[in-house]
Design a binder for this molecule. Sequence first.
Ligand code: FE2
Length: 382
Amino acid sequence: METKDIAPTLKKIYKEAGDFLPLNGTDYVEFYVGNAKQAAHYYKTAFGFQDLAYSGLETGNKETTSYVLQQDKIRLVFTSPLSSKHPINEHLAKHGDGVKVIALWVDDATKSFEETVKRGAKAYMQPTKEEDETGHTIRSGIHAYGDTVHLFVERKNYTGTFLPGYKTYKSTYQPKPTGLRYIDHMVGNVDWNQMNVWVEWYQKTMGFINLLTFDDKQIHTEYSALMSKVMANGNGRIKFPINEPAEGKKKSQIEEYIQFYEGPGCQHIAVATDNILQTVQDLKSRGVEFLSAPPKTYYDDVRVRIPNVKEDIDTLAKEGILIDCDEDGYLLQIFTKPQQDRPTLFFEIIERHGAQGFGAGNFKSLFESIEREQALRGTLDK
Ligand code: FE2
């Protein structure tokens, strides 16, 4: 099971030594996509995100088009290049649609940059002041796994809608939200033997702690395996599990991801809801596809293993929602199929009732479900 051992000790260390990289939360997640207009339409229609801001030819941006969508505390940006000469094309040709920027909200983007670069992070964006009539922001950035980057966003002197260069945008087409509230965690897939390299990188350069560890003895099915370590920042608002493949009889989902993303990258974004049943029913009615439900025996087992679930188990079973628990409570979760043509990024919908874990008790049934999809794609056999 999950080991939750060192967190209290490390939290004490933070308290005494101070957190050199205080993070207020996730600021936004930026995707590089082939057609930002259509991607934004999909995430509005299917997931219920709302229009927030726009940058493109009409705002004087001749290089790229970006649509910014919001649902409660979650902000997603979809960006496409406007010509074949733009460097974003290289990212798109290699990775397909995917997450480029995991932006973190900070009080001091200059200090965040200096502290992380001093500890070995590779600079991506020098601290840059951007301004408009409502004030200024400062953004800076560092390279993380693969071509993914972290930007630090300082907005304490800014009252505009999103960032300078963007205008407020609201089209007449406004599908309702689906109850998604905030980003719970974002998972990175890295290559063979690279998990500990990135775990150490998050420890050293960003001051994160290794909150939980799962080895391949815990995360495996009959056919495939992976290893995972959960990294969290000092206040626990940012959680980045890091996965790497492990040896199995067949090809693991992490290998499949690395093959199709052509390198390491963001595997899934877990978004929290207060009412997973309603959210999932809503998402399904809008065309979001989820992994197949586990067998009936899974729910028979849940009734014994987790007796205090408030929701009706039969209803959860009907929707294919998974249930797990730790000593602090239980959680409900479900996983979408990949959200683009390549079998790469997907979403997790999660509702926590106290539990702080990531659903380790569900890994086996989840991975068996993914393996059924891999078999259909012909990517399970080595
Ligand atoms: Fe997750």
